[in-house]
Each structure stands twice: as C-alpha cells, then as structure tokens.
Design a protein around this ligand. Structure first.
Ligand SMILES: NC(=O)c1ccc[n+]([C@@H]2O[C@H](COP(=O)([O-])OP(=O)(O)OC[C@H]3O[C@@H](n4cnc5c(N)ncnc54)[C@H](O)[C@@H]3O)[C@@H](O)[C@H]2O)c1
Length: 728
C-alpha cells in the first residue's frame, strides 16, 4: 500500500525528490504550479521535468503519448521513479504515464489541491478521458508515497477549494473521525490526513472496487449527472449530489448534518444549480450511462445511515427517476414514493390444490400459479401419471383425475420429483391409489429428510412400498381402505398427514394428525381446501406466499415503503403471515388498498420476542430484522431449523458472525438471542449453503451493508425465482 506523509514547507519538495531511492527522477508538474511556485525544483543531473497542461487539459491520450516520448527521449530505465506534482487531474494523468512507461515504473504524488490531497491521489486509480466520457482510458497503479503539504492550498482558486470541500463533505458522512475533527475545528493537516488514511483503509480492503470501495462514490451517482448538466467542478457537483440524494430519499438527519457542514465552511451561500426546475430526464440520461449501473435497469446508490455507516443499495432506474420526479414536483419525500413489487404466490397452497385437482373429478382452474421448482416438479409428475394440464388466462386448467387417468403398464414409472417436501410427500399417497409401480427420483437433499411415517402408514394400508439403497421410494397400490379414521404421526412434519388426507378425501376417509405440535395453520389450510373441493369449487386463486413476502417487508423496515401489488389479504392459513402481526406490534403501518398491500415501513425498529413453533421458515428473516433492531430480540423454538434444507440454525448464526452481530443460542430453553446494531457498510463475500432461504437472507444482509459477492444465487429458483430483481 502507499505510504502517506505530511510535510510542512513547500521548499521541502527538493528534499523529498532527493530522498527518493532512484537515480532517475521523472517529474510531471502541473503548469499552474510551475508558474505559481517558481524555482520549486532545483535542476540537477538525474531529474527530468515535464510541464503538463493545467488541470483537466492534461487528461487525454495525446498528452500521455507526448509525456512518454519526452521521458523516453531523455533516457529512462526500470528503476526510474515518476513524481506527479499537481491536482487530481495531474496525478490521474501522471499515474497513467507511470503505468505505461516500460510496462510500469514506480511513482509518487505531491498533491496540491484539497481534492487531490483527500481523494484523487490515493488509491491508485489512474486515467485520462476519452471523447466518449471521463476516465475511460485507465488502469490501477498504486503510488509508492503520497506527500501532503497543506500550504499548497493557500494559492488555490476559491472554486477549486470549494470543489475539494464537496469531496470532503463525503468523508464527513463516511467516517466518524473526520466528522469529529471537522466539528471540533481541527487543522486542515489533521483533516486531510484522516481523509487520506480513511480512503487508504478502504482501498486496502477492496483495491479493484468490487465491494466496499464503492462507498467512496457517496454523492457521485447524482453528482456525476449534475457535473455534466451544469458543467460544475467535480467536487462541487458531488456536494450537490449529496444534497439531492438526501432530499429524494428523505434522509432528514443527514440533510441536517450537511447543513451543519455547509455552515462550518460557508457553503450555505452557494447557489443551488436547479433553483428553478430539476431536469430529471436529462439527468437520467447521464445516470443510465454511469459505471454504477449494475444491470439493464438497476443502479447502485450509496446511502449513509447516520455517520460512519454507509450502505450500498441497488435501486431500479425507474424508481430513481420516480424519486427525482416526486422531488421535482414538490412532493419531495420517499414516504410519498412507494416501491411497487409482486411476490411469488404460495407453493404450499398450489401443491395442495394440484393434488386435490388430480383427486377430484371436476376440471379445476388455478390462477396466479407460482413459478417455484417445487410446483414445476409437481406439474411434470402429474402429467407423467396421465393428467392433462393446459395453460389458461393467468394460470392453468387441470383436467382428468387419478387413478382414472392411469395408463396400463407393467413398467416402473419414474417420476423426477425434486427436493420439495410438499411435492414428494403429497404425491406419494396419491400414487398409492393407482395400480402401477411408481418410483420417485428426488434430488439429493430429499434423501436426508424423514419419510418413514408415510411408508409406515401406506404399508398398513396394504400398498407395496420399496425403499432400499437403489430405490428411494417406490410405491404400488391400490391401497385397501375401509371407512374410519387413520392416524399419522406428525411430530416431524404435517406433510405426511396432509398428503394422505387429500388422497383419501373423496372417499370420506378422515385422517387424524397425531403429535401435531407445529404447523397447525398448514393443517387447517389442508382441511379448508378439502372442504372447498368437496363443495365442487372449480376456480382457485393462489394467494401470495407469506414466507417470500417476509424478505421485501423486512428490507422495507429499514429502507422505506413498499406496495405489494398481488397481495389481496392476509392468508391466516399460512403461518408465516404472523410476520405481518409482528410488524403491526412493532408499530409498522399497513393497509390493504385497491392497488395491493401497502406497508409504510418503520420509523423505529425495536427488538422483539417471538415464538416460531409454527413458522420456522421465518426465523432467518427475523434474525436479519433483529440484527438491525434497537436492543435485544428473543426468537423461540428454533432447534427445528437444523432439519431444514440446510442446517439453517447454524447457517444463520454463521451469517450473523460474519457481520459481527452479537447473538447467543440458549440450547436448553431453545431460544436465540440477538442484539441489534447498525449496518456497518462492510462488503462481505458470502457462501451460504445451497438453500434458497439462506441465500435470500444473506443478500438482505449484503444489501443493507456494503454488498459483496454472493454464491449459490441460483437456489432462489426454488421459491422466489425473480428475488434479486424484486428486491432491487
Ligand atoms: N483517481 C481518483 O481516485 C480520483 C478521485 C477524484 C477525482 N479525480 C480526478 O481529479 C480531477 C480533479 O482534481 P482537482 O480538483 O484537484 O482539480 P485539477 O487537478 O483539475 O486542478 C484544478 C485547478 O487548480 C490548479 N491548481 C492545482 N494546484 C494548485 C495550487 N496549489 N494553487 C493554485 N492552483 C492550483 C490546476 O492547475 C487546475 O487549474 C478530475 O480529473 C477527477 O476525475 C480522480
């Protein structure tokens, strides 16, 4: 990493050049510095000086060629050391020359503007401009040393000094130490040194700007567009970029801090460039080309959460435009603007309805079907056993019924059933009504999950069940049944009783779940659907999936309102709908409007207590919420998580460890205690288990912190295929 040093007197530049360990010193000097500081450099053997056009005028490829040829002609070798003396433009240009000469020689910087002392000279990004845009021709090449002398600032033009202050305002939010130094009227030496060191610390963590380094772009997303539209100096545009972003995202506290900063440095007298009207579309045309655009329709913006806690958030360009328009039209607050989303519908409901549709004789239309792999697998299994499935408006129609649709064959029919508990455990009792031999071929994870309860009850009903090392689960019926009540052990899952109850329901056989300690609401959902099929209903609208809804709602608790357009009401049969009750208890406000479910977010998020006996899928999401709530949270009945698609209990604790969230699992009483904190803006690379819920919750942590790389993203296909688009 580069070494940052302070020096006191401008005359010391000669001493610095003499101390550099090279017999060939190549100086690139900004022409304004050359005219202002006459005799700055003593001519001596071994030093060559190239006077570069002042400021931005040097940042072009022809000038790079000229400088390279100049030094090559004078004679250079691989031990030569280049020194840039000037502002950010000069160091950007000189750094690129150092990168190219002999494929890279060492270089150092003596920054002479405020902006270059606190920012541009640090971090090794070197570039010149192309006719198509700024800094498009460049490289990463760290300077060896950065020598800072605040006395250079005395000759800086006011406009250039203000430009540096704009960039300084960014550090005021990024780093608590800079915030305190400025508020306590520390000297410019101290302030510039701390800013430089802060940037250095960030660059050390993330040299190539894959994660945390992006926080240095605070104020730049809108700042770059403002710079273009109003042709303002870079730092001044960053200052207005900060003002605007705080306004449009309703960051009142941060706006107050920025006013405080402006008061200290006299920036409150600056004229706001968009006094009359904000040119939203023109700005959007520049924003859409910004390097922070991460997909065709989304961009990363940096938002502070108070002081010293920046977060990287992804927002769709449409949403950003709407924020700007609302501000331009005088509505002015994010609270007025609402993110609109659609979440997947319930696979629990859909897979139950599919089995019942296959069992009952009437044609059945299902509307608002989820795209989850569990449902896709169920549909393909049903087609393989003879049912007809047709596409219809906004859903599907299922024709035929089982076992009437069964084809005659002595062959074993193989069914690829995936890793869904509902798919495998619901379809097996249905298959046991038929005559053929059906062999289920699930994906690997299903091998570890309990199935004995179902095998036992089907054996008792005289179905032939084969389970050995070559066969995961083969069943051949038909079951012999007489009227009565069949008991099924549900201590490990209600899905066994649910599958059997649905298959036997047309024959008026009752199934009694025994040891039903969890998932009572899911059992009630089964009974309610059976009742509706018995009554001859033929059209069913699949409600939204409340487990999936938890993720955007939890995120909205920290970021602002959301409208869930396809949520028409609370489906109490889905235990995870308890999350809505929790948000209400915590002071969250919501409303069912004609356009969907409107959740207004939270003003304050406090710690809470919740027993998740019947809603274990919510636990990772609750841990996320608890991580950023004020105070302690207690989440009870969590041990069951160990038996999910992954060991979610340990996975979620590992995740909290990654973010230094204090937590403790009290094994005997089976509860998890989490102590909330603030997001810390760190970029963290995460390798969650191949489990959709762990991948989604990991992403929430990354979103409210400093991003990072996330593995196993494809797992979201299981329940929330467009999760990443929706959440952005
Ligand atoms: N590489 C990075 O990480 C990074 C970060 C931020 C900005 N930048 C780049 O920095 C450049 C802006 O830098 P800047 O604000 O320092 O402007 P600058 O280098 O263009 O200098 C502004 C003006 O000040 C003059 N000047 C420099 N030092 C002086 C002094 N002590 N006294 C009097 N005049 C002086 C220059 O000749 C110029 O006319 C832009 O090109 C921007 O892209 C780079």
């Amino acid at each position: 990493m580069s070494e940052i040093k302070l020096f006191e007197e401008i005359n010391d530049v000669n001493k610095i050049l003499n101390e550099i360990d090279s017999d060939r010193i190549l100086v690139i000097l900004d022409s304004n510095i050359n005219s202002l500081y006459l005799d700055l450099i003593d001519a001596r053997e071994g030093i060559e000086i190239y006077i570069a056009p002042a400021g931005e005028d040097c940042k072009n490829i022809s000038e790079v060629e000229r400088a390279c040829e100049f030094f090559i002609e004078k004679g250079i070798h691989r031990g030569a050391h280049l020194v840039a003396i000037g502002g950010g433009a000069c160091s950007d240009f000189a750094g690129l020359v150092a990168t190219l000469l002999l494929r890279g020689i060492k270089w150092s910087v003596i920054p002479t503007t405020l902006l270059s002392m606190i920012d541009a000279s640090i971090g090794g990004k070197v570039a010149v401009n192309s006719k198509f845009g700024k800094n498009l021709i460049g490289a990463f090449h760290l300077p060896e040393k950065i020598y800072i002398c605040a006395k250079f600032l005395e000759t800086l033009a006011e406009e250039d000094f203000i430009s540096g202050l704009g960039e300084l305002a960014k550090y005021y939010f990024l780093d608590e130490q800079v915030f305190n130094l400025i508020n306590n009227e520390a000297s410019f030496e101290e302030i510039t040194l701390r800013c430089a060191k802060y940037k250095q610390e960030i660059v050390e963590q993330d040299f190539k700007e894959g994660g945390i380094r992006k926080v240095l772009n605070l104020g730049h997303t809108l700042g770059h567009a403002i710079e273009k539209v109003y042709e303002l100096p870079h730092g001044v545009a960053v200052y207005w970029g900060l003002k605007l972003i705080f306004n449009i995202f309703h960051r009142d506290e941060e706006s107050e801090f920025l006013n405080q900063f402006s008061g200290i440095f006299g920036l409150d007298a600056l004229m706001c460039p968009w006094e009359d009207s904000l040119p939203v579309e023109e700005m959007m045309s520049y924003i859409a080309k910004d390097k922070k655009v991460v997909s065709r329709n989304a961009i990363e913006v940096i938002l502070p959460n108070g002081i010293g806690a920046p977060s990287i958030q992804t927002i769709s360009l449409d949403d950003l435009r709407q924020h700007l328009l609302d501000y331009a039209n005088g509505k002015g607050t994010t609270k007025d603007f609402i993110k609109k989303i659609k979440v997947p519908s319930s696979k629990s409901f859909a897979n139950r309805a599919l089995i019942l549709a296959a069992t009952y004789p009437q044609d059945v239309q299902l509307i608002n079907m989820p795209e989850s792999t569990d449902v896709v697998n169920m549909l393909s299994c049903l087609e393989s056993i003879g049912l007809t499935i047709e596409k219809a408006d906004d859903g599907i129609i299922i024709r035929g019924s089982f076992p009437e649709c069964e084809i005659e064959t002595d062959d074993v029919i193989e069914l690829y059933s995936g890793d869904g508990g509902t798919t495998n455990r619901f379809i097996i009792p249905l298959l046991a009504l038929g005559k053929n031999k059906y062999s289920l071929i699930p994906s690997e994870k299903m091998f570890e999950r309990p199935m004995d309860e179902l095998a036992n009850v089907l054996n008792d009903l005289d179905a032939i069940v084969t389970r050995d090392e070559n066969t995961w689960f083969q069943v051949q019926g038909p079951v012999s049944i007489s009227r009565g009540v069949y008991e099924v052990d549900c201590s490990r899952s209600t899905q066994f009783a649910t599958g059997l109850a649905m298959a036997l329901s047309p024959r008026d056989i009752d199934v009694e779940p025994v040891n039903l300690t969890t998932s009572r609401p899911y059992w009630d959902m089964t009974l309610n659907l059976i009742e509706r099929f018995k009554n001859g209903e033929q059209v069913f609208e699949v409600p939204v999936d409340f487990s999936s809804l938890g993720y955007p709602l939890a995120y909205a608790c920290l970021t602002g309102p959301v409208l869930v357009e396809n949520c028409k009401g609370i489906d109490r049969f889905q235990a995870d709908s308890k999350f809505i009750g929790l948000l209400e208890e915590l002071g969250g406000q919501f409303d069912f409007t004609a356009n969907g479910f409107l959740f207004n977010g939270m003003d304050n998020l406090n710690g809470f207590e919740m027993d998740c006996r019947d809603c274990p899928d919510l636990i990772p999401t609750l841990c996320f919420l608890a991580s950023y709530a004020d105070g302690a949270t207690i989440i009870r009945s969590v041990e069951v998580l160990i038996h999910k698609e992954s060991d979610r209990l340990n996975a979620v604790m590992d995740l909290m460890k990654l973010y230094d969230i204090e937590h403790h699992y009290h094994e005997e009483e089976d509860y998890l205690e989490v102590i909330g904190t603030k997001p810390d803006g760190r970029s963290v690379d995460i390798v969650p288990p191949r489990d959709h819920r762990m991948v989604m919750v990991s992403y929430l942590y990354q979103l409210v912190n400093g991003g990072g790389n996330l593995e196993n993203k494809d797992c979201v296909e299981k329940s929330f295929p467009n999760f990443f688009e929706v959440i952005a």
